[in-house]
Each structure stands twice: as C-alpha cells, then as structure tokens.
Write a protein that binds this ligand. Structure first.
Ligand SMILES: [Zn+2]
Length: 170
C-alpha cells in the first residue's frame, strides 16, 4: 500500500508554545528563548504552517521566504504565519536544538540540556545556493560566518577567508 500522505492543512493551528518565549535576540531580530529547563532529546515546539505544494514552495523561495521547511516529497510547510512561534528560532552554527521531520510533523528537539532563559537555535540546513546572501551572526566561536548546513562549513570558511584577503588587497 502506498504510504499515506497528510492532507493539505491550511487552517490555523494552536501549538503548545509553553516551553518558549519570543523576545529581542542578540543574534537577529526576535528570537526564541527557553521558558523553562529543557532536557536533551525533549520536544521543544512543533514547527507549523500551511502545507504548500513544491511549485508554491519554489515561488516562495524565489521571494526569499526563509521560513519554508521541507515536510515530505509532496508538501512543504510555509512557516511564515503568526501562529508559528517556532519561526522566531534563529539559526546558529553551534546550536542547542535540531529539527526532526517525521513526514507529517516537524519538531524542534533539544540536542543538549538547555537552561531556562537560554536562546534556542538550530541549524537551518541551507545548502550552498546563494548562502553568501545569508550572513550568520550567531556569535559562537564556531561560527563560519554564513547560514549553511554543517556539511558545508568548510566551504563557508574558505569563502570567508577569500573575502578577507580581497578586502586587504582593496
Ligand atoms: Zn554562525
């Protein structure tokens, strides 16, 4: 039997956001902070939004909507809606959370114990397409300067070095 796909849900949903608190961030604009102590492996919050087709998703990405999340081979989630507090979670090169996708839901999980008040972050997992347009200000000593998936860190570091050299010549 073919795997059952979720029906496109566009209706507003209320998520349990009791473990997060959105406020001004030192990384970028508004961030999400732990509202309580969170244990490693714990679900922090669900990432929600209307399901959109791959064609719609492509258009949104062209419009630089950075809140698009791949859900499965049929749908993506457009997280750029007010009822998705997880959209405020910033990217970091050395994050304390990760996203987990079970084909029907996207969860933000803690990858280590997190103390109340700590800013939550995960790696957005961007590929190399135009990452130079997305500088990272996560402030971690491990920051590679751009918002890319961990597998591309070496690439980003080399690019940053090449930019520095150019700046010196000029
Ligand atoms: Zn960074």
């Amino acid at each position: 039997m073919p795997k059952k796909k979720p029906k496109p849900v566009t209706a507003e949903r209320t998520v349990d956001s009791s473990k997060v608190e959105a406020r001004q961030s030192g990384i970028h604009a508004t961030g999400c902070f732990a509202a309580c102590d969170i244990r490693k492996g714990e679900k922090v919050i669900e990432y929600v939004g209307p399901l959109i087709t791959k064609a719609e998703s492509e258009r949104e990405c062209e419009n630089e909507n950075v809140y698009i999340f791949t859900l499965n081979d049929q749908y993506d989630i457009n997280g750029n809606v007010p009822w998705n507090p997880a959209r405020f979670i910033n990217h970091s090169c050395d994050p304390n959370c990760e996203s987990e996708n079970d084909d029907e839901h996207i969860w933000i999980l803690a990858t280590r114990d997190i103390k109340a008040g700590e800013e939550l972050a995960y790696n957005y997992g961007f590929d190399l397409g135009e990452y130079q347009d997305y500088p990272c200000n996560c402030g971690s000593p491990k920051c590679v300067g751009y918002m890319v998936a961990a597998e591309f860190f070496d690439h980003a570091r080399k690019y940053r070095e090449s930019q520095k050299k150019e700046a010196v010549v000029v």
